[in-house]
Write a new protein. Sequence first.
Lengths: 114, 111
Amino acid sequence: EAGVAQSPRYKIIEKRQSVAFWCNPISGHATLYWYQQILGQGPKLLIQFQNNGVVDDSQLPKDRFSAERLKGVDSTLKIQPAKLEDSAVYLCASSLRRVGTEAFFGQGTRLTVV
Amino acid sequence: LAKTTQPISMDSYEGQEVNITCSHNNIATNDYITWYQQFPSQGPRFIIQGYKTKVTNEVASLFIPADRKSSTLSLPRVSLSDTAVYYCLVGPTGTASKLTFGTGTRLQVTL
């Protein structure tokens, strides 16, 4: 079974530039998550989708971050404009259902903002 | 969501059994306890999940006392490859919903 695919693996941008990350979840998984993991900390949930609808985006900095999940499959997370403090690993995860099942994580995209 | 407390770090020698305890005093009746493992440069990976008593799989065991205010992840005979960060999560009905990670326990295994 193919895992959660993310791209790119690494990205370096200057502050105030924009960047986008892509995630392809495991086939058939209805729930998709985006997490931000700053070095030395645990992952922090940014947004959770159920199919193509947003379930929770309470911790998403909506002035600069946006995310969408087209047709309930692939998802993109965008940052515009980026700040130095956005430097982190951005993890995508998916699960079969919203509750009661484990989440599978991708390898993440390491973003460095200089 | 119940807050969890676990040691920041632990050290072990290869071949030993490692027990990592997590405190969750405010666990709710419908909360499950789930543990994830994270290697450097990888996303977290599900290890084990339980509600009460003891759960065992091919990787680990999870011990949960009757009051459920704590839990212990037990890794038998660790190897160097078990060096990772281990996260304890507590949440309702299996916790695929709104997984909330703390800072985790960094386990270092040496020869």
